[in-house]
Design a protein around this ligand. Structure first.
Ligand SMILES: Cc1cc2nc3c(=O)[nH]c(=O)nc-3n(C[C@H](O)[C@H](O)[C@H](O)COP(=O)(O)OP(=O)(O)OC[C@H]3O[C@@H](n4cnc5c(N)ncnc54)[C@H](O)[C@@H]3O)c2cc1C
Length: 381
């Protein structure tokens, strides 16, 4: 079980992360939400404390720790209201592509910066015309001597505006469908690479989300990740950890929504008693607590399987679908319990409600998760 993995060193790491969040994240979230961005100083401070990419091997400046340390960083950020800090995507989604598929030259150049916070990473897969159907991307890369030349556009890219390095999905053979997809690193100074202004979003406003443009953008050939034409395979492999990272967000945010709903229901009075003492609301909270408990049990089992290296595609897809819907259910009911106060910005539940909405959409929608689950059951819809 997951909790059996935790030792004294995990407790110490969690404690220092919790203190860091209390000092340097929570007091600033309103300002960052307003600004639509998290300052680079935060990334550098997290890097200094070992909170970025803690799994990176020591030879590249990391701590060489397990995935459970990333999980601790992710959980504590959320508990301290840093839902929109793009660190989990950097540490556990984008940087692992570099570490696992990057050339020696690329790893040497960029990985130490991923650990220190000097290199912020992003993943550029989605395009205006292709989100769920990644095989339909149209951005191309053509080999020209010892360079690749990229043309195309990406959208909705988390960390996109401040990213120093982007893992970009391209077609190196447009006639070969998903077999023609490759992954290439594009650094912020590459000629022909530009970024749009941060996009205005319903929630997670402190997280910068941007469009990226490639116009005859040139990068060295050693920026290719792995083998040409194998990009789709790499994406499918790495998407599992990305989805687990989102599942953790779903679960911890659901726990926070329940906490807010319960506290409010115990203190707010109507008709002469706390609203939580009305049986309809007490039952609602009982249902929310059951949802949250089921989620925690399933998630811990999933993470444990992932750390053991099992094939988790089916479990991940189920968890991403179920937890993404569950957190939205719990957030909706928590706002309902707050009455009009739930609609007011000064109440924490208001922002939680906005922020959870994207969780059943990004990293694979609930519908796409059900497609994967049913196909694994032999159903070809
Ligand atoms: C806040 C945010 C951050 C993001 N960050 C990133 C990022 O860092 N990098 C990145 O590459 N992308 C990112 N995305 C993009 C995200 O992954 C896509 O939005 C998502 O995969 C859905 O793609 P789409 O928006 O094109 O919707 P579409 O694929 O057009 O889907 C629209 C609707 O149709 C449904 N649908 C599509 N196909 C089927 C089907 N076969 N069966 C049933 N229903 C179907 C979908 O479920 C959805 O409900 C981000 C998105 C958001 C909102």
């Amino acid at each position: 079980m997951l909790r059996d993995l935790y030792q004294e060193e995990h407790r110490i790491f969690r404690e220092s992360m919790r203190r860091f969040v209390a000092d340097q994240v929570t007091p600033n979230v309103d300002e960052w939400e307003e600004a639509g961005a998290v300052p680079r100083e935060l990334w550098l401070a997290m890097g200094e404390q070992g909170f970025l990419c803690p799994w990176v091997p020591e030879e590249y400046g990391g701590l060489g720790l397990g995935f459970e340390y990333s999980l601790i960083v992710n959980e504590e950020l959320i508990r301290g209201d840093g839902f929109g800090v793009g660190v989990p995507l950097h540490s556990d989604v984008a940087s692992p592509y570099l570490a696992d598929y990057g050339t020696a030259q690329a790893k040497e150049k960029f990985l130490p910066g991923c650990v220190s916070g000097e290199v912020i990473t992003a993943v550029g897969f989605t395009e205006p015309g292709a989100g769920s159907d990644l095989a339909a991307i149209r951005t191309t890369a053509v080999k020209d001597g010892d360079e690749y030349v990229l043309n195309g556009q990406k959208t909705f890219i988390t960390n996109g505006y401040f990213a120093d390095l982007v893992v970009v999905a391209v077609k190196t053979d447009p006639s070969a469908g998903y077999k023609g997809i490759s992954l290439i690193l594009v650094d912020k100074d590459a000629p022909g690479f530009s970024k749009g202004a941060p996009l205005h979003k319903m929630g997670m406003r402190m997280q910068d989300t941007a469009e990226l443009y490639f116009e005859d953008c040139r990068v060295p050939a050693w920026h290719l990740l792995g083998e040409q034409g194998q990009g789709f395979k790499y994406m499918m492999a790495k998407l599992q950890q990305e989805r687990i990272e989102v599942c953790i967000k779903c679960q911890v945010m659901a726990e926070q929504c329940l906490k807010e709903g319960l506290e409010f229901a115990k203190t707010r009075e109507a008709f002469g008693k706390p609203i939580g003492f009305q049986q309809a609301n007490a039952f609602k909270l009982a249902e929310m607590a059951t949802d949250v408990q089921l989620g925690r049990t399933f998630l811990d089992d999933l993470i444990f399987s992932h750390i053991k290296g099992e094939d988790v595609v089916q479990k991940v897809s189920m968890a991403k679908y179920w937890l993404g819907e569950m957190v939205n259910r719990v957030a909706y009911q928590a706002v309902q319990l707050h009455g009009g106060y739930g609609f007011m910005e000064e109440y924490r539940i208001c922002r939680l409600y906005r922020d959870v909405r994207a969780l059943s959409i990004f990293a694979g929608t609930s519908e796409i998760m059900k497609l994967i689950i049913s196909r694994n059951m032999g159903l070809r819809s």
